[in-house]
Design a protein around this ligand. Structure first.
Ligand code: SF4
Length: 147
């Protein structure tokens, strides 16, 4: 049953790893609002890793978040993809300098490829909803192609 559901829709899961929540607002309040309404294209939001196909990661990945983020990634069934959402996930944003006065902080694990295999990225701070949609579309061949 789950396999059939995965053939007919894409489930994205958002994980916040320590940013300002600006990216999360774009995902939760814009993409799944009536304006963009990704669900009409069968892109669904889930918070259950076992249902997810694409993991959206926002924030700079703090040291404290890293084990939980990896555990969530491991629970997502194959095939799966990871999308880095926003400057914090892509390069750390402002956070390495905020927390490390004399240089990059050892509390920040960004860029996200240091932690997980990233399939695509949505640039911006916060990224425009269109950028996030583009990154999700770019990740689709990895999901659909391997099914
Ligand atoms: S990229 Fe910008 S909007 Fe997104 S979490 Fe970082 S600081 Fe906030």
């Amino acid at each position: 049953m789950r396999g059939m559901a995965r053939k007919r829709s894409i489930h994205v899961m958002l994980v916040y790893t320590g940013g300002c929540n600006g990216c999360d607002i774009e995902v939760l309040n814009a993409l799944f609002s009536p304006y963009y309404d990704l669900e009409q294209y069968r892109v669904m939001l889930t918070f259950n890793p076992r249902e997810a196909d694409i993991l959206l990661v926002s924030g700079p990945v703090t040291k404290r978040c890293e084990p939980q983020l990896k555990a969530i990634y491991e629970r997502i069934p194959e095939p799966k993809a990871v999308v880095a959402v926003g400057a914090c996930a892509i390069v750390g944003g402002i956070y390495p300098n905020v927390f490390g006065e004399l240089g990059p902080s050892d509390q920040i694990k960004a860029p996200l490829p240091n932690v997980l295999p990233v399939t695509s990225s949505a640039k911006g701070c916060a990224p425009l909803p269109e950028e996030i949609i583009k990154a999700v579309v770019k990740a689709l061949p990895k999901i659909v192609g391997e099914r």
